[in-house]
Design a protein around this ligand. Structure first.
Ligand code: CTP
Length: 452
């Protein structure tokens, strides 16, 4: 009996897939089809797969060509499968020519001619109108957004807005996109907006974008006040628009895996979360010179608050802050302490003090350790009392990681709610509330010092 194996995502099952399976089956007597998991697709950069794994498997089965369907979970599995299932022929479409020649030592490799003018990518783009996104702001993060957006199919960066028209013009020229003199012109040219302007401007821009009927992906911290965050989410809901806070960690596959394991009972009942993120900035950087909206907490706090609020919730009994100030009175190091009924947490962030950036989640049976850069989670360990009892987990983190949030933003716009859990509305509101409390504390301390 000649055994044949082939692999694919088989998203939005189409004629190209059908013909490939038909010919694969004709190569032998028994056909095994490997269908990729969503997670594996993400690690190889395919971020917009629409059909679930179950649907994709069903579609493959419906053709009647597959004698057996297996799931492909990771790179390197093909070699194992060929051995395990005693495969004679490995086959894929001609778009892969040469890529699987390394398997020739183990079985015959056949590249079947790809069916012309059809692909899942084409169908995904045809089914959903391309979303034109506009960027507000032209700083470092806006620059990073460009190559990341290019990795997500179904979205195109249309243009940029900055009240300093000179900055907008040079950004537009560098990235070959449009720029606009007025916000009205900008809004009328786009379907969605990415807000990457200074923190204190987020609220007004997000409000204006929602009023113009645009979806909003807003950099963190989305707002610096609970009421503003609630108001924006209410506006988005009333208008049927998507409002997303862009904390990239929340959307990256490694962090989602970490959250899943933390909440699985693997370390027992969670009693403590300690998150630390430090990043030394130049003394004359905006972050360390903007006396009102600069400083460590506003700049980095969102990352550290994310695991705390996701795991322990927002019903803490007590929250307090300690800060270390630079010469201009901005916080170069901040520690936020949370006391929950039966747990504690600390968020440590520093722009002027360097420390070990770690995320440690401690439970009654063990702890999770994710080392820096845990905010771009690609590796973590689950440890126990016995030092030899260590489980290691890894996940790929591609590029700057913004592609994950952009992809989720896009799929939410296109009607899928499956990424909503990654950063919920109430979590974003809790972050805004904490930022508001921090600013109030800072103001009170300043007033007291001045009064003293
Ligand atoms: N295939 C084919 N002809 C097409 C499209 C795909 O023969 N027009 C083959 C691929 O070469 C592969 C299998 O079908 O062997 C599964 O491919 P998959 O990557 O799932 O499909 P694509 O349409 O290429 O998907 P995408 O656009 O997401 O890359």
């Amino acid at each position: 009996m000649v055994k044949v194996i082939t692999y694919g995502t088989f998203d939005l099952f189409h004629e190209g897939h059908y013909r490939l399976l038909q010919r694969a089956k004709q190569l032998g007597d028994y056909l095994i089809v490997g269908v990729t998991t969503e997670e594996y697709d993400q690690t190889r950069g395919k971020l917009n797969v629409i059909d679930s794994l179950v649907t994709r498997i069903e579609n493959v089965k419906k053709t009647g060509f597959a004698d057996e369907v297996i799931v492909e979970e990771a790179a390197g599995q093909k070699f194992q499968d060929i051995k395990k299932y005693h495969i004679d022929i490995f086959t894929v479409g001609s778009d892969w020519i040469g890529k699987f020649d390394y398997l020739k030592d183990y079985c015959k490799v056949v590249y079947l001619e790809r069916t012309k003018n059809i692909s899942s990518t084409m169908l995904r783009e045809r089914n959903k109108r391309i979303q034109r996104i506009g960027i507000i702001g032209t700083g470092r993060i806006a620059k990073r957004f460009m190559p990341e957006a290019a990795c997500v199919s179904g979205i195109s960066v249309q243009g940029v807005y900055n009240p300093h028209i000179g900055s907008a013009e040079s950004f537009a020229k560098n990235h070959d996109i449009d720029c606009y003199e007025t916000l009205d012109d900008f809004f009328s040219a786009v379907d969605a907006v990415y807000i990457a302007s200074p923190h204190q401007t987020h609220y007004e821009y997000a409000k204006a974008a929602l009023e113009h009927g645009k979806h909003v992906l807003c950099e963190k911290p989305m707002t610096l006040d609970r009421r503003h965050a609630e108001q924006l989410f209410n506006m988005a809901k009333e208008r049927n628009l998507i409002l997303f806070e862009g904390i990239k960690t929340a959307y990256c596959p490694g962090f989602i895996k970490l959250m899943g394991i933390a909440c699985s009972g693997a370390i027992g009942s969670i009693k403590s979360v300690e998150a630390c993120f430090t990043k030394l900035e130049d003394e004359d950087s905006r972050e360390l010179t903007d006396l009102k909206y600069g400083g460590s907490m506003l700049e980095l706090g969102s990352y550290c608050l994310l695991p705390i609020i996701k795991i322990l919730g927002a019903d803490y009994e007590r929250l307090s802050f300690d800060t270390v100030k630079g010469d201009n009175n901005l916080d170069i190091l901040t520690k936020a302490y949370f006391k929950y009924p039966n747990a504690v947490a600390t968020a440590t962030c520093g722009l002027g003090v360097k420390s070990e950036g770690q995320l440690i989640i401690s439970g009654t049976k063990g702890y999770i350790l994710a080392e820096a850069p845990w905010w771009k989670t690609n590796y973590f360990e689950v440890r126990h009392e016995n030092p030899d009892d260590v489980e290691k987990f890894s996940a790929r983190f591609l590029g700057d990681g913004l592609r994950y949030e952009i992809s989720d933003f896009l799929s939410m716009i296109n009607g899928s709610a499956k990424s909503e859990f990654k950063l919920t509305r109430s979590e974003s509101v809790a972050f805004a509330d904490i930022m508001g409390k921090f600013l109030e504390t800072e103001k009170r301390n300043l007033d007291e010092n001045l009064g003293a």
